[in-house]
Design a protein around this ligand. Structure first.
Ligand code: 13P
Length: 253
């Protein structure tokens, strides 16, 4: 089945109102130029309104990098899915490895956030991935399937068509080390098979790769049958690099 590739920038905690302008203009142009590719940028909370204004009416999606598990209430510092949707967000990242490792987010909490996003109009981008120690211990498959299953078992499978799954091996994030296209493909295929077993519309779900994706390796990764695009960190902060990665997604699908 032909899936539309999805390429999202994750700016993490970078940017300023001044520096964002050029990146947003470039992302808007990428979304227009790359017909057939869904392009999105996930910006820090304080810049969502700026990004929503800059991207308004364009095909480029807008994502937040986290969401509260709660609908509303006395949760100082938290941001709800309704607020994100109200601001114009189309997507939200849940379960990024930096949230899991630096903020102690458990599989169960990630699942609750995913459900909360699903209950709104937001499309969740669920991140899974193993650490270097887990990979070296031969646990890659067990870890990513555990992370995925925690979410799948709390949701109804048919609703997954709106979600994006991101395989982000922790050891490849921000390190310049990328999973080989073959290794990443093997994990993606395993994730897709698991989604199918659980009754989700596996053929329709985009499974994107993240971890040191650059213009030089994007084409090879994206040409794999189960790699449907990328979640891009560092390279999404360099407009020309992000554009080249969006172009690679278009070329290879
Ligand atoms: P890098 O592309 O900087 O490795 O980051 C990947 C990532 O964590 C995207 O969410």
């Amino acid at each position: 089945m032909a899936r539309r590739p999805f390429v999202a920038g994750n700016w993490k905690m970078h940017g300023s109102s001044a520096s964002n302008q050029a990146l947003l203009a470039a992302a808007l142009a990428d979304g227009k130029r790359c017909a057939g590719v869904d392009v999105a940028v996930c910006v820090p909370f304080p810049y969502l309104a700026q990004a929503a204004g800059a991207l308004q009416g364009s095909g480029t999606g807008l994502g937040a990098q986290d969401v509260s598990e709660h609908a509303s209430g006395a949760y100082t510092g938290e941001v709800s899915s309704a607020m994100l949707a109200d601001l114009g967000c189309t997507h939200v990242i849940v379960g990024h490895s930096e949230r899991r490792s630096l903020h102690g987010e458990s599989d169960a909490l990630v699942a609750r956030k995913f459900v909360r996003a699903m209950a709104s109009t937001l499309k969740p981008i669920l991140c899974v991935g193993e650490t270097l120690a887990e990979r070296e211990a031969g646990q890659t498959e067990a870890v990513v399937l555990r992370q995925l299953q925690a979410v799948v078992q709390t949701t109804s499978p048919e609703r997954w068509a709106h979600a994006v799954l991101a395989y982000e091996p922790v050891w490849a994030i921000g390190t310049g080390r990328t999973a080989s296209a073959q290794d990443a493909q093997a994990v993606h295929a395993r994730l897709r098979a698991a989604l199918a077993t659980w009754g989700a519309p596996a053929d329709a779900i985009r499974i994107v790769y993240g971890g040191s994706v650059k213009p030089g390796n994007a084409g090879e990764l994206f040409s794999m049958p189960d790699i449907d695009g990328g979640l891009i960190g560092g390279a999404s902060l360099v407009a020309d690099d992000f554009s080249a990665i969006c172009d690679a997604a278009q070329r290879t699908h």
